[in-house]
Design a protein around this ligand. Sequence first.
Ligand code: HAM
Length: 438
Amino acid sequence: MGKMFSVPRGTIDILPEQTYLWKKLEVTAARIIERYGYREIRTPLFEETELFAKCIGQTSDVVNKQMLNLAAQKQGCERTLKLSGLSLRPESTASIVRSYIKNNLDKKERLSKLYYIGPMFRGERPQRGRLRQFHQIGVEAIGPDSSVPYLDAEVIALAVHILEACGIRDFSLMINSLGSAEDKKRFSGILRRKIQPFLKDLCQDCQSRFERNVFRVLDCKNTRCRTVVRQITMNEDCLSDASRRYYADVCRALEDIGIPFKQDPFLVRGLDYYTHTVFEITSSGLGSQDALGAGGRYNHLVEQLGGPRIGAVGFALGIERMLLATGGQEDTPSRRTGAHIVVMDEQWFKDGFALLNRLRRDGIQTDMSFRTGSMKSLMRSADKNRARDVIILGEEELKKGTFSVKDMGTGVQSEMESYEKMKRHLERANHAENAHVR
Ligand code: HAM
C-alpha cells in the first residue's frame, strides 16, 4: 500500500463546511475595512529574510526562533532555484512597508490606507489557536498625513468593529504607549533597573533578553518570569510631554466614540518596530493563545527601510482565533439553493448536459447527476445536494419540449412548456432566496 500523507504539522485543511464560515468572515471584514477607506494590497508570500530581521528585530522570537527559511535547491534540479536568503512571511507589515517604498506610494498620496487578508507562517510549537500557517486580516495606514491621534483611534475602532460584525462580543482591548524612540530608551532603562534585582530568577532566555532587549521579558510566558514581572510596579512616567499628550488624545478619541479599553503599562508587543500607541485585543475563551489581534504605531519603520520619514499605524487580527471565538456555532447553510438536473436514461445525457450549460450561462446555479438510476435514488442525490428545484428530463419531456420542475421544499411538481418560462421560474426563486439572505 502507498504511503498515506498527512497535513504538515501546524497546518490545517479547511474543508468546504468550514470555507463557508471563512468566506463569510473575510467578506464581512473586507466590507467594513473598505467602508473605512482602505484598499486591498497583495504582496508575495516570501521576502528577503533580512527584511523581516530588520523590521521585526533580531532579538524577537519571531525572527530568532520562528522564521521559516526557504532552502536552496541545488542538486538534481534542471534549473537551480536561488531561494537562500528568502523566508516565508511571518507577518505582513514589513512586506507592505517594503512595497510602499518600492512603489513610491508616498509620491502618489498623502495617506495610503491598505489592507490584506492571507496566510502567514511561523515555525511555532503548534497548539490550540497557534499554527505554523495561520491567516491574518490586517490594515496599515502609512503616509505623511498618518501621524495624528485620530488615526490611531480609527484603526483601533476598525479592529473592534470587525470583531463585533463577526459576532465576537467577549473581548477586551488593552492599550499602552511606548512613546518616541527616546522615550522607549528611557522605558527600557527603567525596566532594567527594576528587573535587575530579580535577574537570577528569570529563565535562561530572559537572562539574555535582559541584556539584548529587556521588553521581551515582559512577554515571556514562563511562570518564574511572570512572577518577577508581576512584582514590579511602573509608577514612573517614561513618556515625554509630547508623547503623553499624543497618548491622551488617542484615549480621548476612543472614549468619545464609546470604545471601552483598559490601559496596561506593561503592554510592549513582541515586534521591535512599534513606537507610541500599542494595543492588543484578547478573548478569555481562547486559553493561553488569547490574542485575537494586535497592532500599533510604527513611526520609524518606513525611514529605517530607506523611505521617507513618515509615520504609520496598523493592526492584524488572527482569523483562526476569530473563528474559535465565534465558537464555529454556525454550520454550512442548510438552505436549498439552485437547480439540479436528473436524466432518466443515459441516451439523454447529451440533452441534459446542453441544458446544464445553458442554464449556467444564463446565471442559474445548476448541477446534474451524471448517472442514471431509479427516480427515487436520483431524487435522493438531488436532495443531498440541497437543490431547491429538480429538473426532470425524461422521454416525454424531451418529445414535447417541456420541463418538469419539482420544488424540493414543497414537493410540488409543475410542467413548464418552454425554456424561457422555466428560466423565469428559477430566476424568481433565486431572487426570493437572495432577498431572504440580505
Ligand atoms: P502579531 O501580534 O504578531 O502582530 O499577530 C497578530 C495576530 O495574528 C495575533 O494577535 C494572533 O491573533 C494572530 N497570530 C499570530 N501568530 C499566530 C499563530 N502562530 N497562529 C495563529 N494565529 C496567530 C502582527 O503580526 C503585526 N504585523 C500586526 C500589525 C500590523 N502591527 C501593525 N500593523
